[in-house]
Design a protein around this ligand. Sequence first.
Ligand code: FAD
Ligand code: NAD
Length: 475
Amino acid sequence: MADSFDVIVIGAGPAGYPAAIRAAQNRLKVAIVDEWQNHDGSRAYGGTCLNAGCIPSKAMLESSELFHRAQSEFALHGIGVGEISLDLATMQKRRATVVKGMTNGVQLLLKSAGVTGLQGHGRLLPGKRVEFTAQDGTKKEFIGKHIVLASGSAPMELRTAPFDGRYIVDSWSAVEFEAVPRRLGVIGAGVIGLELGSVWRRLGSEVIVLEALENFLAMADAQLAREALRQFKKQGLDIRLGAKVGGASVANGAVTVKYGDKQGEQSIVVDKLVVAIGRRPYTQGLLGEGTGVELDERGFIKVDHECRTGVDGVWAVGDVVRGPMLAHKGKEEGVMVADLIAGHFSEVNYRVIPSVIYTAPEIAWVGQTEEQAKAAGRPYKMGVFPFTANGRARAMEAPVGFVKIVADSKTDEILGVHIIGAMAGELIAEAVLAMEYSASCEDLQRTIHAHPTLSEATHEAALLADKRSIDTINR
Ligand code: FAD
Ligand code: NAD
């Protein structure tokens, strides 16, 4: 007879492992199946985010920003350190150590929660059975009262510029480059294109980013996107909008990329090309015949607002289902499902999921953009407070960007907050909490913010929405 569990989770990324841990906290018998394999062949929990995405990219963003600031900013503070040099091997070793620490941490957490870890492939069969294929090819069947599918996503490939793992690469390979490419091409000026483009630009690459759309950062507030484009151009990122890529070919150790724009046919020659045009849900080998789990037209597993697939006892969470492909969104879905399975109340508030782009300046937002508020026909007011008027930002030599608050001018409810500037990814948490509690602008105005902090810019933006700012001229 097959071994049985209350819950079997397939996928141990940021959606799957929290589901497993919370289910175990709810005193359920839990197993988690994960097939992640690193470039060196080692196995690790944590999925894309910990092994190839969020964590390694942030480690490289941190190191490269320090390198850049040491070169361009230390002298301003009166600090002389002689010639700054780059030891990429050490930087990459640190990145790998950070990743290993995090993935070992997940393994430890699963173990101490009493979750049975199974490293290998999982395939759902009818009757909530899971076929597990171990690394050595042996198969075993398990049965679960509940199954949580958390198989994540994979990078989209461009048919005319397929990945070759050496010259034309995905984001995972691009965080692990062993040498700084002299010329780096990036297809897609989305989150990955901007973050990884920034890393290699700071480390010395000449970076050209080709973006199909005419609009830069189309998903962001337009005023914020304009400021971001201005800042990135100042940093030397060569962002070419409205660029329709025809294809790429590799010859003599270089990649030629052909594209068309308003001026006609163009081409660039680069040493490496990163294709970052989005990710697709990953369900390869996940669903056996007759499970009843359905995919939508884009390949996402169909679920309702509580992540139920429609097959009793089968749930799906994270990148493999609708919604933004973000680790924190997947985590909350995983936790919600584990609580619902245990009969507790739980929900995910999809209206207040923060987005952060970890460039310098950082970019972060939550809720509606000004354009969305306008299109929805809501009467709105705004406060846009610049970091130039913030003491801490000036002391940090970071007087760039602003906090923008969009609020309903009748009810005073905060509709959206958009930040570009230092630590925007940390500052946005206050706005998320405020919106989670349905706060008004006045609530923010009456909240004491420590001085001197960057968060005072959020306070002042709320005041500015009612023309009551103290630290800037109210217009
Ligand atoms: P994944 O993390 O993809 O995990 C799925 C796991 O399931 C994998 O380990 C996979 O091997 C395993 N699996 C799949 N199928 C099977 C199967 N049949 N059997 C067994 N195991 C299986 N998001 C953020 O919020 N912040 C960031 O800063 C951020 N940075 C990113 C940077 C990069 C370069 C990339 C690529 C992504 C980034 N993301 C970021 C997105 C984030 O990584 C994803 O949203 C997140 O990993 C999704 O979690 P998940 O658990 O749904 O899937
Ligand atoms: P993305 O959707 O953010 O950006 C892709 C960009 O590529 C878009 O601007 C799109 O217009 C452009 N594009 C698409 N096809 C193109 C083509 N043929 N030629 C030129 N441009 C083209 O996707 P991404 O940057 O690949 O990131 C994938 C996912 O990973 C995102 O959903 C994101 O949420 C997640 N991620 C998040 C973070 C973060 O939270 N900081 C960081 C990295 C990745």
